[in-house]
Design a protein around this ligand. Structure first.
Ligand code: HEM
Length: 527
């Protein structure tokens, strides 16, 4: 593999440790500007001063519009060569999974979602879990979270859900009334909310949380056969969470407790590990299920779709420079390698546009030439060049440098051999519609019922505190949803905020809401 590490890209450093400008000139005085006499005025031709201060003026790039606070480290993925008890090749030709013991280097970025770059790492918020695998076939990014599901199932709603969660554009405060105004009109969010407001919504550290791909992807084997898959990571350190009170104490001392914990563990040689699993379904609509496998508000029950072990991820190296490696790393759902593919999940397709679009704005059009984003395989050969901060031409060895187009018979780049990919045929009319099998309450109910008592108590208390800050119409609709999920959920949160089942009896379902038989039964019970 070609070495494209940070070191290989740097100009040679001065061996004597003398401070220089970026032009390579030694700096003799770094303490005082050039002035006419000791008291000034300052002169304008002071190159070193102007370079120093104008670079400082540009030290920040826009923070990520979501997941602004995060922390990167590096490690490796070691494959078992298997998917559960079957050879990996049965389902995918992706090279990183094929052989037992095969190691693939990776970078991972853990993050919170809503706060800014310097915000608290113990906020109640989903956590990002984004892995960049530097495979021999180029990069594979798996950009997921710690809660397995999401608030919405169509990418067109993403700016709305994020606007509701971000600070009010007038007061610049995160306002529960705005959050629950949106969520109360978005029944598919109930499952995610039930996770987020339970203790799982505040992981004790990045080392003690699970990771999930969340969206549905595909695997493709050598014959082009496809299956749909979900990805899971389970921490060998165990899962640990904080209650709101515990988090408040940590936050009072340290806003960056999670990155400190991760950095320190790695520095001490206490390398965290995660087992990686996949769940697999045949690639079709699965009409036998009462939810849609392309719906990211749903998990796939493990008893029906067992977890199959594929390898172990170990994190063993910290960044050298936070800005270069954390602020400039760029991951996205479009970054897949041969043998892995998209599903038709409508969130996944929308996400895939958004990530590289924002990264061209946030980092710049040549963000893929930065060391942390470059594939380590040394296999980049494109006809793209130019743009701000262009660093080198992506030429193949021996390529005619004048041929930056394709096709050509004068020694330019040529297309790769096409690999088979035979997904099922999809037909339909152009439409703008919601998935038919929504079943918005069933998995929230299952989660509520399987929580430990203390987790359920914490969920009820936190929900009560949040809804206590909302207006009456928002409170009533939320209690209505909770009663549709489970009697105790609605009754107990309602008791805290003074909204009873009687108060919401007779409320009609939301326009567009599709109720299952069980939902209808619960609705008539409500009266
Ligand atoms: C970051 C968009 C849904 C996980 C981002 C960023 C954008 C974005 C614009 C900033 C990227 C950057 O500046 O580099 C979207 C859209 C979504 C969506 C449009 C829905 C349509 C999700 C979901 C998950 C997720 C469902 C979890 C499964 C992440 C993570 C990051 C991120 C982990 C941080 C990546 C990093 O650490 O650099 N998202 N997102 N997003 N998103 Fe999403």
């Amino acid at each position: 593999m070609t070495d494209r590490s940070d070191d290989a890209m740097r100009p040679a450093a001065r061996a004597d440790g003398v401070l220089t400008t970026r032009q390579g000139h030694p700096v003799g005085n770094n303490q005082s500007q050039r002035t006419v006499g000791p008291r000034g005025p300052a002169t304008l031709e002071n190159y070193h001063f102007l370079e120093k201060i104008s670079h400082f003026d540009r030290e920040r790039i826009p923070e990520r519009v979501v997941h602004a606070r995060g922390f990167v480290c590096y490690g490796e993925f070691e494959a078992t060569g298997m998917i559960g008890d079957e050879p990996a090749s049965k389902y995918t030709r992706a090279k990183l999974f094929q052989e037992q013991g095969k190691k693939t280097p990776l970078a991972i970025r853990f993050s919170t979602v809503i706060g800014g770059r310097d915000s608290s790492e113990t906020a109640r918020d989903p956590r990002g879990f984004a892995v960049k695998f530097y495979t021999e076939d180029g990069n594979w990014d798996l950009v997921g979270n710690n809660l397995a599901v999401f608030f919405i199932r169509d990418a067109i709603k993403f700016p709305d859900v994020i606007h509701s969660l971000k600070p009010d554009p007038v007061t610049f405060r995160q306002e529960p009334n705005r959050i629950f105004d949106f969520m109360s009109q978005t029944p598919e969010s109930m499952h995610m909310l039930t996770h987020l407001f339970s203790p799982r919504g505040i992981p004790a550290s990045y080392r003690h949380m699970e990771g999930f791909g969340v969206n549905t992807y595909k695997m493709v084997n050598a014959e082009g056969g496809t299956v749909i898959v979900k990805y899971h990571f389970h921490p060998r350190q165990g899962v640990a969470s904080l209650t709101g009170e515990e988090a408040a104490k940590v936050q009072g001392q340290d806003l960056g407790s999670a990155s400190k914990d991760l950095f320190t563990a790695i520095e001490m040689g206490n390398f965290p590990q995660w087992d990686m699993f996949v769940q697999i379904m045949e690639d079709h609509e699965h009409p036998e299920l009462d939810w849609d496998p392309l719906d990211d508000t749903k998990v796939w029950p493990e008893k029906d779709f067992p977890l199959r072990h594929v390898g172990v991820m170990t994190l063993n190296r910290n960044v050298e420079d936070f800005f270069n490696e954390n602020e400039q790393i760029a991951m996205g759902t479009g970054v897949l390698v041969d043998g892995l593919d998209f599903s038709d999940d409508k969130m996944l397709v929308g996400r895939t546009f958004s990530y590289s679009d924002t990264q061209r704005y946030r980092v710049g059009p040549n963000y893929l030439q930065l060391p942390v984003n470059q594939p380590k395989s040394g296999q980049v050969a494109t006809n793209q060049s130019g743009g701000q901060m262009s660093f080198y031409r992506d030429k193949a060895p021996g390529q005619n440098p004048s041929v930056n187009y394709e096709p050509s018979i004068h020694n330019g780049l040529r297309e790769a051999e096409r690999q088979p990919n035979n997904p099922p045929e999809v037909t339909g009319h152009l439409t703008q519609s919601v998935l038919e099998r929504r079943n918005d309450y069933v998995q929230a109910r299952a989660r509520f019922c399987t929580m430990m008592d203390w987790e359920r108590d914490d969920l009820i208390k936190t929900m009560g505190e949040m809804l206590g800050q909302c207006q009456r119409d928002v409170q009533e609709r939320m209690i209505w949803h909770f009663l549709m999920i489970h009697d105790d959920y609605g009754r107990r949160v309602g008791e805290i905020i003074g909204v009873s089942a009687k108060d919401v009896a007779g409320m009609a379902p939301l326009p567009n809401q599709v109720l299952t038989d069980e939902d209808q039964r619960r609705l008539s019970k409500l009266g």
